[in-house]
Design a protein around this ligand. Sequence first.
Ligand SMILES: [Zn+2]
Ligand SMILES: [Zn+2]
Length: 241
Amino acid sequence: MTQVTEGVYFIQGQDEMIPDSHVYVVGKPGSQDLSIIDAGLMGKGSYKIQSILNMGIELKTIARIIMTHTHLDHIGCLAEIREQIPWAELWVHDTEADPLEKGDERTVYGMEMFQNMCMMQYGLKPGAFTFYVDKRLQGGESLDVGEMTWEVVHIPGHSPGSIGLYNRIEKILIPGDVVYADYAIGRFDLHGADGSELKNSLLQLAKLEVNILLPGHNRIVTDLPTGYIAETAKQWAPYLT
Ligand SMILES: [Zn+2]
Ligand SMILES: [Zn+2]
């Protein structure tokens, strides 16, 4: 785990056959009000917890887990992490909260073929990803957590309830799987995905001034060129209809 800036820590995903999402821990040290952003793949819970401990962060200072979205590579080890911090609340966008509470796992797995493969490979039972959601995010609100302010931006298209978290003061964007480094974007062929929504979401993100891009996979960028997201949206626009 490395520190990106004061109050933002990065834990690199450990990809297997299936990718493991990065995890970010946000909140000023000493606030006792830290948030974990995303969890990761099945089996990666102890790696993520150990990384947090190695940074000298006490688990009791973690108040919540916020999901950028509920795909398997982000939510797979949520239960493992919550075993270590059972008091932590779960915050998810409204659109993906309902299915999560009802045990509708179509968004988690994205496609049926992948679901069957994963359930066999990891010995997962139907309903393994059923969670109570403590707070339903809508988009447009500001979260005052850990002595920082994170604006919630609803950016559907990769998944219906994808959110970005934006810190306006330090110009940091945590976009989940919506936009990555190197002009890459998230896939838009899974359950609930929509290319034209993804285009609109990219255009919405392009309005934000972003210096630090902290995506769900691949490299993080701490000196993002001006207009990067607008340029990414432009390059992909012909495919996002
Ligand atoms: Zn995803
Ligand atoms: Zn992902």
